[in-house]
Write a protein that binds this ligand. Sequence first.
Ligand code: PMP
Length: 354
Amino acid sequence: MKWEENVRKCVPYVAGEQPNKKNMIKLNTNECPYPPAPGVVKAMQDMDYKALRLYPNSQVAPVVNALAEYYQVEPDQVFVGVGSDDVISMAFLTFFNGKEPILFPDVTYSFYDVWADLYRIPYKQIPLDENWHIRPEDYKIPNGGIIFPNPNAPTGLLEPLEKVEEIIRSNPDVVVMVDEAYIDFGGTSALPLLEKYDNLLIVQTFSKSRAMAGLRVGFCIGSKKLIQYLNDVKYSFNSYTMNLPSQALAVEAVRDDAYFKEVTGKIVKTRERVKKELTALGFTFPDSYANFVFASHKSVPAKDIFMALREADIYVRYWDKARINNSLRITIGTDEEMDCLIDFLKKYLANRAE
Ligand code: PMP
């Protein structure tokens, strides 16, 4: 068909599956196993449905203000989007508009190359070293911008702030985005670096540590200039991105810091226990600072384990891709869920060994 010549063709990102089985254990998309903060639940119950008649606040001001206060920055340094996917996608469109390739690791969040292709941004994937770490010196080449998650996904590895800063310091002429989707599980945020670098954009999300993946709330913090440019593109794209209920509930999530710390603390504790149990079962993994571990077994192929778990309605994530096709990304669930996983693996691996 002639019209197809002019279609903007793309290969879409494939999200982890969202099965809806009664007794499944879902450890495949890094969601939080605990409910959102009690204040979020109450605000949802008390919500005035008549307010839905009106458009929501286009600047997402209630959430912007709550985040600015929480992170001790100015409101015009904060941009809120419909999940960090929306924020990063807008940021690609806004800041990655040069001729040189943008840079990101070869093993990383697999949406980056999809956005780059969609927006026709040239890109270069920089191999992680043999221990899955980022080498800052590899990012000292001509480029049109940089993005990397810290901790990285799917490895879970955290890079120290000195390395993050080395990359930002060496690239003053482009925008550097640090995707901190998993920073709340024991990592050190790059937020203090904002005082020194006006080309730094830090992206975070409510989907993991704030238990609100279903509401779709993400944000970024950067210099006023970056946020202004980002808003110009957002308002040229869709003014009312975030719906009214999500705005109201996100504010409640930010208010309850004690609950936030309790939930993230619990997940970190479970993660550290699970690391020990997986090691005892013959798994190895990079030392994760996220709410997942990226594990390989010493003798059983990851794909076999993935299929067996799936049969038992335990969902983890597996990619049939170079470098990572013998690893499983396992989200940290509740202690009970992780006990089921470990029990299953114990039996399964014992049977395989016979
Ligand atoms: N960045 C990274 C590294 C992620 O793993 C994810 C989750 N898929 C996201 C961003 C996007 O998360 P969300 O849109 O739910 O905020």
